[in-house]
Design a protein around this ligand. Structure first.
Ligand code: ZN
Length: 271
């Protein structure tokens, strides 16, 4: 089994590292299940008061692994792992591995910080957005270009909450990335640091927060998340997940595939 995810805990901080740098931390089923296991380990780890999610390599995550199997890669691709039960199977698989995992990480009652460098594309947002804080390297760029595949946005619709309505629409309509400075201006990231300082800056922030009373931190986090949910975030995420599935259904009706082939353009943007 590939070691896609690393876990380490010290100084009150559980550090979860995405460790598939040769594939830009693209996510297959094994990757996501290892990542979820690491989050659950951090949630249960009494020595860990803060969870820091970081990535090995130049890019945080290129998103879901929808490419054909690479030579020497034993892990299944996303499309290979979808059960042969058609659209309902796809719905159930994505409800668990995408919306479900991201929601679970969002609600773990410990503060979490994502440290993001390089590309954070589409499914990459599903790893960063559920974190409470985001520290971005100055070379970070965030995008969701799935309109190029006939889909209206990734499975976890954080866009409008994170960026506001107009910028969310621009991000989706143009398929172009926003950079770290713009993301900070919009409130999507907490701070921007030079890429060489990303690890030190995010760890320093994590250790600072780990000094606080854990129950107070949990309550502070719950207060903000409950406020968002009273504003409708929980049901909006579910509603937009269903809209996402309508995109898959539409693509399937047109082409017999769950996404349309705009894939070439998308891969060009990732490179
Ligand atoms: Zn999907």
């Amino acid at each position: 089994m590939e070691d896609y995810i690393q876990y380490e805990a010290s100084d009150g901080v559980a550090t979860i590292t995405l460790n598939r740098p040769d594939r830009r931390n693209a996510q297959n089923q094994e990757f996501l299940e290892q990542l979820n296991a690491a989050w659950e380990r951090a949630a249960a780890d009494d020595t860990a008061r803060v969870i820091l999610l970081r990535a090995n390599g130049p890019h945080f995550s290129a998103g879901h692994d929808i490419t054909p199997r690479a030579p020497g890669d034993t892990g299944p691709t996303i499309m290979e792992t979808i059960p042969e039960t058609g659209l309902l199977g796809l719905y159930q698989w994505e409800a668990k591995h995408y919306l479900g995992f991201s929601r679970r990480w969002r609600d773990i009652p410990k503060p979490s910080i994502a440290a993001v460098q390089g590309a954070c594309i589409a499914g990459g947002l599903l790893l960063a957005w559920p974190c409470d804080l985001i520290v971005a390297a100055d070379n970070a760029r965030f995008s969701d270009p799935v309109v190029l595949m006939g889909i209206g946005g990734v499975e976890y619709h954080g866009h409008t909450w994170e960026l506001g309505a107009r910028k969310a629409k621009e991000l989706l309509f143009t398929a172009k990335p926003i950079d770290a400075v713009e993301a900070e201006r919009r409130g999507m990231v907490n701070r921007v640091v030079p890429v060489a300082e990303l690890d030190a800056a995010s760890r320093t922030l994590a250790i600072e927060i780990a000094q606080m009373h854990p129950h107070a931190l949990a309550m502070a986090k719950r207060a903000v998340n409950q406020t968002l949910d009273i504003m409708g975030q929980h049901t909006a995420l579910q509603a937009c997940f269903d809209i996402h599935q309508l995109g898959h259904a539409s693509a399937y009706a047109q082409s017999g595939q769950f996404v349309l082939t705009g894939l070439k353009g998308m891969k060009a943007k990732i490179a």
